[in-house]
Design a protein around this ligand. Sequence first.
Ligand SMILES: [Fe+2]
Length: 300
Amino acid sequence: MPSCTDYCREKLIEACVTARGDGYAFLSNEIIEHEIDPQSKQDFLDSIATVPQEAFANPHNIRSRWVSYGYVDYVNGKLWIDHPSHNAKSGTTFSQYNLMPDTNPELAGVNRQYEPMPLKVRENACFKKLVYLGYLMSPVHAGDSDNPALQRFQAHLICFTPREGIDSVATPDAFHQDDDFVFCVYLLERNNVEGGVNYFAPLDCSGMSLKDAYPKVLCEKTLLNPFSAYTVNDRIVSHYVSSIASRGDGAARSILILSFKPMKVDDVVSSKTGIGISRRLSSASESLMVEKDAVGLKPW
Ligand SMILES: [Fe+2]
């Protein structure tokens, strides 16, 4: 399990508390970057160039994404990543993730599948640190779970490279919730682009356009520096990220989204992943223990 300095922990907990009450909180890049060793950071950023393009992507505005799933078991000091799904026919691995047509204006109606992060990236120290810091800043409520210290997470590494003169459409192009408990977003690169402005608004703005919701907008802020971040309590605010346009050569914006969901015993029992998870009540922590079985889970 990674660790962080007391200063960073203090700032992350502060953000967590703010997001719990206000619905969102931002963190400056200095707080995050200071925690990451330069080599693993560079390796992680270099890996962005290898993220595969979506098969159905608009050829002018190229979207690329990896999706992986895992668990954080904080009490027992473990991070886990799922064994990726395997397509026996094609021999490829992928992570299933569905975006509905109405939240997917540029690629409506297609079933979007993504490759998981390669093992090398999942084992990268910078990535693991970002998961750990994301876990610390995620505003989970004490009553959310039998044990908020055991959380399922989704990791989406998304790279968007818009082309000059062809504006993209925000996905979705309205205020919305992500059907998550909590999530955080790290900016990884921002080069020669305009837009990607983050807006937060009350829940009753869900489904509204930016123009209609604007009088009620609570916050309007853009992540500009790599490793700046924000954390969101998805249950109490809606959000919107504006479209992104190219403003020169090498236009690109890449982010890492980590969504966290605390697990309940029912989730564990009904887990479809085949993961062997058993419940043990320890007198000290009453924690859920995650046990590795033979399906390929890899402790980090
Ligand atoms: Fe969203």
